[in-house]
Write a new protein. Structure first.
Length: 280
């Protein structure tokens, strides 16, 4: 029998590093105190992982929140991402170093290519160099479809540790997930709460009633975990940040996992660059 998952559970990456199974997302957390406070609250309530990006413009605040938390750097895991406007070898080298400068936390744990673009291969080669130089410990991708993954692997021979993509019962991306799992790429799900859009779905509300004290948001996070995904719910509110990690004392039954599995409706809450390279 496999070990039950806990808030401190980590998932091994193929390069030897380990990623905490749950993290705080900070997309649309405001620059300044809002992000710093969210990071401090998250760490206070047991998170050890924060997911930011150059695009979110709050890397500096994530770094400040981390430093103010009092938890040693080596117990925390920080992801940031190379935005599409910084694709290409030299641009990516500069962007990765700039992100680390803003974060100011010694190293980035996981550097992701935010999405496939026109210079995916040279961007990826620069990310490998950033790893070699100690700017980051691991490199991965985000929003990659199967063809993006195979093309990258064929051109560079360097397998991403992680593919971060939108995942919820309403958008299951089953083929990409299967491909990643079969090829040793950890699947990380973003927008696990559907950006709040489905939290009042009557079916979710009904299932939640079977788990006393648990909300539909907690149900969705638990679904992600039981699917085997690393998950990164976002909130800027302390009570929600706390509730979103309070999901390790219950388990969705197989019957309820099956019911949730039937909710697929290709609900993309932000963007979906997995189907083709994204060109702004
Ligand atoms: P989520 O699915 O995490 O939903 C966040 C929304 O839900 C916010 O409006 C939040 O509001 C609300 N919320 C949070 N917790 C609760 C709760 N317990 N009850 C009710 N409402 C709640 O959306 P995101 O798109 O932010 O995804 C999470 C993270 O994934 C991002 O922050 C980012 O780090 C990453 N991401 C990556 C992308 C990529 O392209 N690689 C794209 C999108 C996201 P409030 O803050 O007011 O609580």
């Amino acid at each position: 029998m496999s070990k039950p998952i806990e808030s401190t559970t980590t998932v091994p990456l193929h390069d030897g590093a380990k990623i905490p199974i749950i993290g705080l997302g900070v997309y649309q957390a405001d620059v300044g105190e809002e992000t710093q406070q969210a990071v401090r609250w998250a760490i206070k309530h047991g998170y050890r992982h924060v997911d930011t990006a150059a695009l979110y413009r709050n890397e500096e605040d994530v770094g400040k929140g981390i430093k103010a938390s009092g938890v040693p750097r080596d117990q925390l895991f920080v992801t940031t991402k190379i935005w599409n406007s910084a694709h290409g070898y030299d641009n990516t080298l500069a962007a990765g170093r700039e992100s680390l400068k803003k974060l100011d936390i010694g190293y980035i744990d996981l550097l992701l290519m935010h999405a496939p673009g026109s210079s995916t291969v040279s961007t990826w080669q620069a990310m490998a160099k950033l790893k070699e130089d100690g700017v980051c410990k691991s490199i991965g991708v985000s929003n990659f479809g199967i063809h993006h993954l195979t093309e990258l692997q064929k051109a560079t021979g360097i397998l991403p540790t992680v593919n971060q993509l939108e995942l919820s019962p309403y958008l299951q991306n089953r083929e990409i997930v299967q491909y990643c799992h079969a090829n040793g790429i950890v699947v990380e799900g973003y927008s696990p709460l559907t950006k709040g859009r489905k939290l009042n779905d009557p079916l979710l509300v009904e299932i939640a009633k079977r788990y006393p004290g648990k909300s539909t948001a907690q149900l969705l996070i638990r679904w992600s975990l039981q699917q085997g995904y690393v998950t990164i719910p976002k909130s800027s509110k302390e009570e929600r940040i706390k509730a979103n990690i309070d999901v390790f004392d219950f388990e969705l039954s197989q019957e309820d996992m099956d019911r949730l599995g039937q909710l697929e409706e290709h609900l993309v809450t932000g963007w979906d660059p997995t189907t083709s390279p994204w060109n702004p």
